[in-house]
Ligand binder design. Structure first.
Ligand code: URA
Length: 252
């Protein structure tokens, strides 16, 4: 495999936590050097082995390429998007140092859903986590309006059909934890999926919190609105089975 190369503006944005437009500005002003030579072209391709310098602050480009994955404990009332006309977005929680135009939410949580949200500038990882094909298991803690009946377990496992939707939901694993509480494990990630599954059985979700993605649980040490970087081994956990998970086919 050839050595990876990257546009200079993207590498500067990663390395120094600047937005793409600010990176382009500092490059055009001649504040950025690559291997000791000023390069005023934002589209210039830099190699992983090069070193970058912004106003004399030098970093290796390989470091600049390292993708970042954050876990955020999302509070209620925030939108999982870059911009919204009515509500604040989760991007506002990130400090100026780490914020960049390349950071995007991994899938979406509804504004009233809380808990584990991943935010990354690794587009490839984002796709692998959100594509229904990859079957990554998302775990939600749901509280409901009416008692949860034991018959729901089989119904969720069979792949429910919502009256407003054309296609059935994929089988989901439901683990009842209380009279009106359950853990729901889904692999599809469709719009309002958990709320709609409960609508299919004529119940209603009153509170929803995502507690895990794959075998990675939300860090208990993060207060609402706090975030931290994931370690490499935690990224691998995202693709593993969560604790307590049973393939819904076995409940069918
Ligand atoms: N399912 C929902 O209904 N809402 C979410 O935010 C996530 C999954």
């Amino acid at each position: 495999m050839g050595e990876r190369s990257e546009r200079l503006d993207r590498a500067v944005s990663h390395a120094y936590g600047l937005s793409r437009s600010v990176s382009q500005r500092v490059i055009k002003r001649g504040q950025v050097s690559v291997d000791g030579q000023v390069i005023p072209d934002p589209a210039f391709k830099v190699k992983g082995s090069s070193s970058l310098s912004l106003d004399g602050d030098e970093v290796g480009v390989t470091e600049a390429f390292t993708a970042r994955v954050y876990m955020l404990n999302k509070p209620e009332g925030y939108v999982s998007a870059d911009k919204d006309r009515n509500l604040p977005t989760v991007k506002g929680f990130f400090s100026q140092e780490v914020k960049s135009d390349d950071l995007h939410c991994v899938g979406r949580l509804d504004a009233d859903t809380t808990g584990l949200l991943l935010v990354t500038d690794d587009g490839d990882l984002n796709h692998r986590l959100t594509s229904p094909k990859s079957g990554v298991i998302k775990v939600y803690e749901a509280l409901t309006r009416d008692p949860i009946e034991s018959s729901y377990v089989k119904a969720f496992a069979s792949g429910l059909k919502h009256p407003d939707e054309h296609t059935r939901y994929r089988p989901a694993f439901l683990s009842v934890t209380g009279e009106k509480s359950a853990l729901v494990y889904v692999t599809e990630g469709r719009f309002h999926e958990v709320k709609r599954l409960f609508e299919c059985v004529e119940n209603e979700v009153t509170q929803l919190r995502r507690v895990a993605i794959g075998a990675l649980r939300l860090d208990d040490n993060l207060d609402e609105g706090e975030y931290r970087l994931l370690y490499d081994d935690e990224i691998e956990l995202l693709f593993k089975k969560p604790e307590g998970y049973t393939d819904p086919a076995q409940n069918n």
